[in-house]
Structure formats: C-alpha cells, structure tokens
Design a protein. Sequence first.
Length: 561
Amino acid sequence: MSENLKKEIISSFKNNQFFRVLEICKKIDPKDRSPLLENIIGISIYNSKKYTENQLMEAFYCFERAFLKDKNSEAGLDGLINIIKLGIKVSPILNNFSVFLYKASEFYKSVEKNNEKNEPFLKAGFVLYSYLLDKTKLKKIIKKIFQGNISSKLLRGWATFENNYYSDWAQLDHLNFALKNSKYFSKFKLKNINDINYETNKKINLGFIGSDFERNHSTTFFLKDTIKHLNKEQFETYIFSLSKKNINDKSQNELRNFSDKWFDVDEFNNLNVAKLIQDQKIDILVDLMGYTKPERLELFNSRIAPKQISWMAYCNTSGLDKMDFLIADENLILEKEEKFYSEKIIKLPTIWNSHSGFPEKRTFNDLPSLNNKNFTFGSFNNFRKISDEVVETWSQILNSIPNSNLILKSSTPCDKGSLLNKFKIYKVDHKITILNKSDYFDKRDHINLYKKIDLSLDTFPWNGVTTTFESLWMNVPVLVMSGYNFNSRCGESIIKNLKLNSLISENKDDYISKAIMFSKDFKNLNKIRKKIFDDLIESPLFNTKKFTENFSNILLKIYNS
C-alpha cells in the first residue's frame, strides 16, 4: 500500500469520513492490511451507522484480524479491545454476536501475562468479565489492580466497588483497599477553608453532588422528597449535577424545581467543580456517588466544604480522609464495627433513606399463585448482584419446590446466556425467565411486573435497595438475609423497619427453608402481603416527612459539631 493511499485513509478517518474510508479500503486485500488499518476499517463500519448485520460481522472480523496479526502490538491489543467494546454494544440487541465476546475472552487470556500493568487492557478485561458475569476472572483482575499498584483512579474505583459483590472480603479488607485509593486520587490546590467567610450565609448552605439526577434513577426517588420537605428557613439547597443537562427529563426537572440552586457541571473538570462549590460557600456537602463514579469521587479527597458527607449512593466506606461522615442507621453498622469505616458513622434512628413512592394509586395484589399452578419467585436486581452463592441458593429452592419458577430482570446489561449457564449446572435453567430491560423501560410497566411475583428474593452479599422498596410498594414480600456490613445489611434494615422479621433469614440454610415454607403457606404469605399493604406508607420506608425531620436533625448535629 502506497504512502499516499495510507495518508488518504487516515485523513478521511480523522475527519469522520467513514464511507470514504470504506470505499478506499475495498481496493486493499485483507492480507495486505496492517493491524492499524483493520481497526480503522472496523470502526468505520460501525460508525457509518447504516450497516447491515453482515457488515457488522465484517467489523468483528477486522478487529479479530488486527489482534491475530500482531497480538502484542498496540494495534493488535486495540483490535481485542474493539471486539469487547462492539460486542457489549450490540449483543443485547443481536444475541448471535455474543459469540465474539466468548472469543474475546480466549484472546484476553492468551496475552494477559504480558499486560498485567497495561491499564487499557485491564479496563477492557474488567468490562468484558463484568458483562459475562465471570466472578472468578474478575476477582483475579481486582487483585492485579491492587497488587500491581495500578494508578488509574477509574480502575481502582471499579475494583473497590466490585469487591462488594463477594462474600469472602471482610469489612477490614474493604477499608484497607479503600484507604489505599487516597494516594492515587488527586488533591486540589484550593482556598483554605478557614479563609472562606461562611458566617455571611443566612442559612445552612447544603450541597448535594451526584451523577445520576436523571431518567428516573433510584437516586431521584430517595432525594426529591427529602429536599422538598427540608425546612426552607434553615437550609438553602444546592444541587451540583454531573448528569448531562436534559430539559426534557422529568425526574431531572423535578429536582431542579425542589432545589434552591442548580448547577450543571457535567462538562467541568474536577478542579473547577471544587472551585465552584467553594465559591457558593457550601457548609455541608453531600456525596451521592461514592465508587459508582470514582473519577468524580476524588473531589472528596480535598477539603471543599467544612463538612463532607457520604450518603445513600454507596453503602460502604470511601477510605478518603476528607470524607468526614457516613450516614447509616442502627441496623446497618454495629458500634464495634465502626472502626472498619474511615468516616465517622452517623446513625439515623430508623432507616438511612426513604422512598418518595410512585404517582399511581396503590391497589392490593393477591398472590398470583392463587390463580395458577406455579409459585413464582422474582428478583429485579442487576445481574452482577447474583453471586455464585445466590445462584446455588436459588437453585436449591427451585429444585425443592415443584411447579416453581423465577423471573429475573436486570437494570444493567449483562450476558443472559452466561447467567443461564450458571443455573444450568443445577438443572433449573428451564425454570428461569429473563426479561429484557428494554421491554419494560417505562417505570409503570416495570412496577407492574411485581404483580406476577409471589415472593421476591433478595441478593447477597450485595443486597437490593430500590428493588426491595419497589417490591414492597406492590405489597410483594422480600426474603432477605442478615449480613456483615453496611452493604450486606440493607435488606435487613428495610424489613426491620417494616416490622416483618419473619422475612429475615440468618444464613443460606435458613433462607432456603423460609422460601420453601412460604411457598407452602399461602394463608400466611397473603397475611404478610396484607400487612405490607396496610402499613407501608406510614412506615419509615415511605414516610418521607418524618425521614426528613430525622435527616435534618442529623445535619444540624453535623453542622454544629
């Protein structure tokens, strides 16, 4: 291939003239294409937007050839990374393309020894094995990230977050992993907090910063009533939104209206976000991200506000010494365990967060099994929470109950085939129904799915939170298990606040026994459903006015400390 032709291809590609790239490359025999050119052609096919399935297949083959032609070159590894990126984008829509992800897994394993500190490579592996739900492989990547002193705050954040999905990490392990992140996260040159005159504030300036203020995200349902019910004479509320501004987003607009001041900071770098917050003289800054957004969490590695709090979004320790407080409740962290969290633990008297509910009028839902032959379990937690222990436990339940079945639906995309294969080991895959998120994207359709469920099953060690509130809203009981730390006791706290301790199991054997027992005792189960229906709205779970009163008292305590 001539230098002029190569320059024309690269120039066209850089100018996003993808059809031009493809026209030129038709003249070049695949045998003569370099790994770099194979990547350019594959990316051009996908970015042309008007591809057929056959053309999409050709894009995958381009990336595969790029990798196989020179596995250890940058362009070769880019071919593997592109297979993973494209596979995860299209597999949820076109199931037949998931085969490329399994092939990518084999490619990844063949070259990982030479790339143990290659951050783009590790990132691609993390994304791949998260999607394939390969917990064993993910754990190995986590260890490489921490033991190899990888500096990427994104990878370190992902690894810290992922640890919560495993039951063999003690809370001390979580703390030690998180503490190490502080030296890798930036510290900003900001005004000294003592040089800012906060005494000019007429009220307590209360700031919330998060990246999920949109699209009916769970955060919005727990936050909007809290802000709405805050005493406006005491608090001035500021929201710093890292979500993309969307004037047509209903949930984003609700929060805009409830807050006193709103700032769209999605396009700001972290330093400028920090400066803006200081300019607003925020007295108390509340983090609503944690390791769900590690590249932004580093804001709390610096002193931006006099009091800095972690609440709701990430139910574990940040490990950052400038994160002053972690809001929990009496059920989540025992006093003797507080030393395993870097923050000072502040406990609400009932529950650590309260849900605003839904606009539709609640109606009582009878047990579906009263009208059909099957007893239906359900879980709408994201599939990454379905640990291998959960698969084994749920499988034992399904094998023990004739005519039982399980409905699953994930809030995040994962490979359904990988999940079904886990259940296939226990010969219960025929009892599993996996629903597509895209088929029930509307919130009302999603909530109505609970009408199909007799008993919801919580995941462990990472419990459901939003899904448990949703299930109870539809008066569907949730079977939960006691845990060992904040993150694994969320279900327990929710159920205790509803005073339904019979739904709390002590261990896996107890969990299985209770599931079987409830499946046979329709009278008792329907009685529980009636109690949930009658008591729910006035319970701490949905009594947002009472919650806000308790939350305000906590904030005042923090402000005056």
